[in-house]
Design a protein around this ligand. Sequence first.
Ligand SMILES: [Ca+2]
Ligand SMILES: [Ca+2]
Ligand SMILES: [Ca+2]
Ligand SMILES: [Ca+2]
Length: 223
Amino acid sequence: MSKNKPTFYSFLSAIIFLFVLPFGLEATTFSNLDPISIPASGTEGIANPYPSIINVSGMNGAITDINVTINGLSHTFPDDIDILLVGPGGQKIILLSDAGGPGDVVNITMTFDDEAASSPLNGQFLVSGSFTPSNYTGNGGPIDVFPAPAPVGSYGSLLSIFDGIAPNGNWSLFVFDDEGQDVGRIANGWSLEIATAVAEPSTFVLLGAGLLGLAARKRKDKR
Ligand SMILES: [Ca+2]
Ligand SMILES: [Ca+2]
Ligand SMILES: [Ca+2]
Ligand SMILES: [Ca+2]
C-alpha cells in the first residue's frame, strides 16, 4: 500500500495544478495621464475634459476586482468635488463626493478600492492613500447631479458593480465642481487597475482526463 502513495500524491498535485490553471488571473493597469481641470472654467461646473476617458482593450475574461487611482489631486476646497465613474457597459458609481473639508489639498494620490480599510474623511483634510468609494451629502443635498453627457442617476456606491462584466471598451470619469469660488486639478490623470478571471475550456478537458486517470488508478490499487 505504501508504495502507491507517491503516485496518489502526484495525481493529487496534478489535479490541484489543473484547478489553479483554468481560473488564471490577469491584472493590468490602464492610465490616462492627461491633466483634468476642476472646473473647466470659472469656479463651478464640469471639469475639462468631461469625461476623461480610458480605453481598455485586449483583456480576457470577466472582472473580479477593479481599483481606481486619481493621480495628483489638488483643490482649494475639496468638498466641491464630485467624481463619477462609468464603465463600458453603462454601470456607474460615485467614487468621491463632497468629502474632505475646506482645507487645501496639494498633489495627493487617492486609490479607490472596495477592500480599503477606511473611507476618506468628511469635514477634514483629504490625504493620499487607499479608500473605499465615498459619497457624502453636500450643500446641494443628498442627490448629486452630473450634467450631460454623464448618465443620469441613480449611481452605485461600490466598485463591485463592475464585477462579472467584460472590461474592454471606454471607461469615463466625470468630474464636477459643485460650488463657486474654489478650484483645483488632477495633475496626472487617473488609472484603472483591472483584474479578470480567465476560464480555459481546454484545461477542463485535461482536468477530466486527470480525474479519470485517478479513478482508474484507484480501481487498480484495490485489486
Ligand atoms: Ca479592490
Ligand atoms: Ca454627494
Ligand atoms: Ca455634490
Ligand atoms: Ca469650486
